[in-house]
Design a protein around this ligand. Structure first.
Ligand SMILES: [Zn+2]
Ligand SMILES: [Zn+2]
Length: 184
């Protein structure tokens, strides 16, 4: 009799445990469903926001306005001194000193050199930058807005030109590009 009662109690416990587990599984399923619905709603909202952003971008393009991809400031696209276009991104003059060193590190030299040379030409044409061969000829820090060490475009950074030494960079393959500080 005692054995029978013990068996019934054991059986009831097993049944209750099974029911509890089933209940937990059902709860888990309901939670997963809610999470899935929430996730698809978030993805839908993100896709909508992306579409709206793209429309805003084309709208700004029609108005002749472009945005710096670093500081997000707006500039007139007709102002060629304001933004430098590196192909994928447009970066404003103010962001160049911090943007270029970080960006150039991520590029292999085959991709970096053409952009670097375009950047040098842009800074020379629009911001009175000068190429300086020797470090001791650099102007005083107080009159420099910023400076960048660039590969010589003439010898592609090799220091050699037409079988001889490159006289543009003094065979160093690199030169300083100094952008002068503009007085307020
Ligand atoms: Zn900027
Ligand atoms: Zn050179």
């Amino acid at each position: 009799m005692i054995i029978y009662i013990a068996y019934v109690i054991f059986d009831c416990n097993l049944l209750m445990n099974n029911r509890l587990q089933l209940h937990q599984v059902a709860l888990l399923r309901a939670t997963i469903n809610t999470m899935e619905n929430g996730l698809s709603e978030i993805l839908e909202r993100l896709a909508r926001a992306e579409r709206e952003l793209e429309q805003m971008r084309s709208g700004l393009g029609l108005l002749g306005v472009k945005r710096c991809s670093t500081c997000q400031a707006f500039f007139h696209s007709t102002d060629s001194a304001a933004l430098f276009a590196d192909g994928g991104e447009s970066v404003c003059y103010g962001c160049i000193p911090t943007w270029w060193p970080a960006r150039s590190e991520t590029l292999p030299s085959i991709d970096r050199l053409p952009i670097e040379h375009r950047l040098v030409r842009w800074l020379v044409a629009h911001h009175n930058a000068r190429l300086i061969q020797q470090s001791h000829k650099l102007p005083d820090e107080s009159v420099q807005e910023f400076r960048l060490l660039t590969s010589c475009e003439q010898c592609e950074g090799t220091g050699k030109l037409l079988g001889g030494h490159c006289h543009y960079c003094g065979s160093q393959g690199a030169m300083w590009l100094v952008v002068p500080r503009v007085a307020d």
